[in-house]
Write a protein that binds this ligand. Structure first.
Ligand code: SAM
Ligand code: SF4
Ligand code: SF4
Length: 360
């Protein structure tokens, strides 16, 4: 069966009436808008080989100038409008969000927003952890509710080979502990697994984070962007990861808590905590994907694998009313039909956005 794909909101059939404030939107596949991922910078102090390889993101790479970035006021305005459209969870990402100057101020501004029910949104952030030990307390005080820290290996030499950062693993572990002490619990720790590179760290990582109170989540290596030379045989599936950990420590599946929960959860049978599996390649979850992404300079993307965004910065800077912004956001979501991960092999794309630009 073929389905019609609208590439631009202006190509979509017109709605009978403008969306009222507070009216939630659904896309062409019936998926509501629930999550807003805000990438606050395209810069990073790491050069992870699977995300920003140094050959591509070297000294000559031109990053966005500061004037191109959305200001904190502009970001907060988009987030405020997104809450009226159904968003209940906001995640700050990047690049590395903690390298954006004054990020705590942005957290404070977002934490003051309210949903139409009068509740604060869930406000979280994904970081490489390198600057977290010194920033965790300020982020928590500013109103951050939770945090995810990326860590791909415990072995220093291997970690350095993957992150190309010259930062010791101990710095990231100290960041994780500082976040937990600041109350950002449970800390989620994300490990991207790439066969032949760090898959030997699966069991040591599981062992390390058992009994820690932190939740270790394994992420299948994805074909995001155009820079990492992705190959299917480098993907270690979630099923294999569960088998490998299960042969060491008994695991039992945990039922999902809500529709759209992307991580499959498994608990240690001896009560040592739980792990998560994000199986974007082997078991795509497009059917439950409720995420809208905002790029550092104000492009809206409805899929991690999109080739084109929808500009909102020009509208923001033209003195547009809240209603005009509401209609723009709704227009982008209403025509959304993305389901790349379900198509993968048959959906050839040459110019996907980079992960370091739009965030995970
Ligand atoms: N710099 C921050 C960090 O590393 O956590 C936030 C941005 S980073 C792009 C967000 C997440 O995407 C990280 O957990 C990272 O490991 C993950 N990621 C990057 N490239 C990936 C790939 N090719 N496949 C799967 N996950 C990837
Ligand atoms: Fe930076 Fe995060 Fe990409 Fe690594 S994964 S290069 S830390 S943005
Ligand atoms: Fe969502 Fe696109 Fe990923 Fe599918 S491929 S889960 S639509 S971001």
């Amino acid at each position: 069966m073929s389905s019609v794909i609208f590439h631009r909101p202006e190509d979509a059939p017109r709605r009978a009436a403008p969306l009222k404030p507070g009216e939630a939107v659904s896309d062409t596949r019936g998926r509501p808008l629930r999550d807003l991922r805000i990438s606050v910078t395209d810069r990073c102090n790491f050069r992870c080989v699977y995300c920003m390889p140094r050959e591509v993101f070297g000294k000559d790479h031109v990053f966005l100038p500061h004037s191109a970035l959305l200001t904190f006021e502009e970001i907060t305005r988009v987030a405020r409008i997104a809450l009226t459209q159904g968003v209940r969870k906001i995640r700050l990402t990047g690049g590395e969000p903690l390298v954006r100057k004054g990020i705590e101020k942005l957290v404070e501004m977002l934490a003051q927003l309210r949903t139409p029910e009068g509740k604060p949104p869930e406000l979280t952030l994904t970081t490489n952890g390198s600057l977290l030990a010194r920033k965790a307390r300020a982020l928590a005080d500013a109103g951050l509710t939770r945090i995810t820290v990326s860590l791909d290996a415990l072995d220093d030499a291997l970690f350095d080979r993957m992150s190309d950062s010259a930062i010791p693993v101990a710095t990231i572990l100290a960041g994780i502990e500082a976040a937990a002490q600041a109350g950002l619990k449970p800390v989620k720790v994300n490990m991207v697994v790439r066969r032949g590179m760090n898959d030997q760290e699966i069991v040591p990582m599981a062992r390390h984070f058992r009994h820690s109170g932190h939740i270790l989540r394994f992420i299948e290596y994805m074909d995001v962007g155009n820079s990492n030379g992705w190959r299917m045989d480098e993907v270690v599936t979630g099923a294999e990861i569960v088998r490998r950990i299960g042969s060491e420590f008994a695991l039992r599946p945990v039922q999902p808590q809500y529709r759209g929960e992307v991580a499959a959860r498994w608990a240690y049978a001896d009560g040592a905590g739980e792990i998560g599996l994000i199986t974007s390649v082997s078991q795509p979850f497009c059917g439950n994907c409720t995420r809208l992404r905002l790029s550092p300079e104000g492009q809206l993307f409805t899929c991690l694998f999109a080739e084109q965004g929808h500009d909102i910065r020009a509208l923001l800077r033209s003195g547009a009313t809240d209603q005009a912004l509401t209609d723009r956001l709704a227009g982008v979501w209403l025509v959304r039909g993305d389901h790349y991960s379900e198509l993968r092999g048959s959906a050839h794309r040459d110019h996907k956005i980079e992960m370091s630009y739009i965030g995970g």
